[in-house]
Every structure is written in structure tokens, then in C-alpha cells.
Design a binder for this molecule. Structure first.
Ligand code: CA
Length: 234
């Protein structure tokens, strides 16, 4: 998969490119917002390069703010964008997600986690095509284990019976722990509708999940925005 790495620090970029290449990515490095936007312009040539599968976007760039770059990318393309930044506050994350970023990773990050997130957003980007990478079989969040093919959920080894939508909601949030999912995003993915008439359906499902899993703090309400999954402390 082709990956656009937007990073002005050559040392960081070189180290990251090496890791990503080892994991099968063809990395193209852009040092500024301008370079990044140029690299994303569609190629006119027939038989041109395959399009990028994901953008890793550093927010601290020399020429323009990374948020601004994200907004510009989003205006012209649905390519998955992961913001990478040292700013860890919730407000920055929400701002990034509202601008259309698909995920938000805070420096210093664990490379394994970054790879998992890249695969997760790339998979969403190719949803509906059967050429995507093999989906993960199971997700583990603290004591919670979510088996995707069999749709079984257990907490500390005890199976928990969930309804279809409860499972879909949990599996969605669990794909990106710590990341805030907007209400409308959850409703469109889990209920496949943008109909506002779903009313308090989402709240009801969240409350039910909290109580069935007996982990009330697992799903955090981000007021005015949506929800995120907070892995319990080990
Ligand atoms: Ca930077």
C-alpha cells in the first residue's frame, strides 16, 4: 500500500519510513503541507501510480498548520488521514476529528500501535472492496475480548450476550480505543442511517453495554461530541 508521510523532521521521517517499509508500505515523504497536497493531486497519466491508501500527517509543519492541511485534503479526497502530534489534549483531538481526520496518534507513540491504527483506517477506506487486508479476528481491551468472526464477547473469560447493534457499536469503538467517535459517525456506521429520528437509540445502547459488560467507565461520553472507549488501567 502507498502511504504518504507528511513530516518536516527528516530524522523522524527516516526512522518511520524504515519501519513502515519493513511492514510492506511504499512510503512517499512530504516535508511540508504544500508538498503533501501536491503529492495527493491525481495523476493524469494512464497507468500512473496507484493512489495513496493512507496519509500520516504531522501537525507541526513549517509552511502551514497541519489542521489546515487536513481540511484541504478532506475537501478533495476521502483518503484516510491519521494525525500525528505531540498535542494530546482532548480539544485538539476533537478539532482534528471534526476536520475529518480518521484517527489521531499522540507522540511518542508505540510503533505497533501506529501500525495497527494505519491498518484499521486503511481497512475502513477499502470497506466494500474485497481487496483489503484480512480483518482482525479478535480485539482485546483490558478484560474484554471481542471475537469479530463469531461475534462473541467475553469479560474476564465470561461470555456476555449482546444484541446485534450492541455488538456492532462495541466493535466499532474498540477498533480505535481512545479515539472519539462522533454521534453521527456512530449512527451512520452502526445503524446505516443518518436519520436524526434515531433519537436516544444510541444513548440507550451505550447504557446497556455499560451495564452488561459491568464496566461503566469503559465507554466514555464526550459531551456534545460522541463517545470513546477507554481501556481500563491494567
Ligand atoms: Ca513537525
Amino acid at each position: 500500500m502507498r502511504l504518504l508521510l507528511v513530516e518536516d523532521d527528516d530524522h523522524v521521517a527516516a526512522a518511520l519510513s524504515a519501519v513502515l517499509s519493513r511492514h510492506g508500505f511504499q512510503v512517499v515523504h512530504a516535508r511540508s503541507g504544500e508538498d503533501a497536497l501536491r503529492a495527493l493531486l491525481p495523476t493524469e497519466k494512464p497507468g500512473g501510480k496507484e493512489p495513496f491508501g493512507v496519509v500520516l500527517l504531522d501537525l507541526g509543519l513549517p509552511d502551514q498548520d497541519g489542521y489546515e492541511v487536513c481540511g484541504k485534503i478532506r475537501k478533495r479526497s476521502a483518503i484516510p488521514v491519521i494525525m500525528v502530534t505531540a498535542r494530546s489534549d482532548v480539544r485538539s483531538r476533537i478539532h482534528g476529528l471534526n476536520l475529518g481526520a480518521d484517527d489521531y496518534v499522540v507522540k511518542p507513540y508505540d510503533t505497533g500501535e501506529l501500525l495497527a491504527r494505519i491498518h484499521a483506517v486503511a481497512r475502513r477506506g477499502t470497506a466494500g472492496e474485497d481487496t483489503g487486508p484480512t480483518p482482525l479476528a479478535a480485539l482485546s481491551i483490558g478484560p474484554v475480548r471481542i471475537e469479530l468472526p463469531t461475534r462473541k464477547v467475553s469479560v474476564d473469560g465470561q461470555e456476555v450476550q449482546l444484541t446485534r447493534k450492541e455488538f456492532d457499536l462495541l466493535a466499532l469503538l474498540a477498533q480505535r480505543p481512545g479515539v472519539v467517535f462522533r454521534r453521527e459517525q456512530i449512527i451512520s456506521e452502526v445503524w446505516r442511517t443518518s436519520w436524526e429520528g434515531t433519537g436516544r437509540t444510541l444513548e440507550v445502547h451505550v447504557a446497556s453495554l455499560r451495564s452488561k459488560l459491568r464496566l461503566p467507565a469503559l465507554i466514555e461520553t464526550v459531551r456534545g461530541v460522541g463517545y470513546r472507549l477507554v481501556p481500563p488501567p491494567a
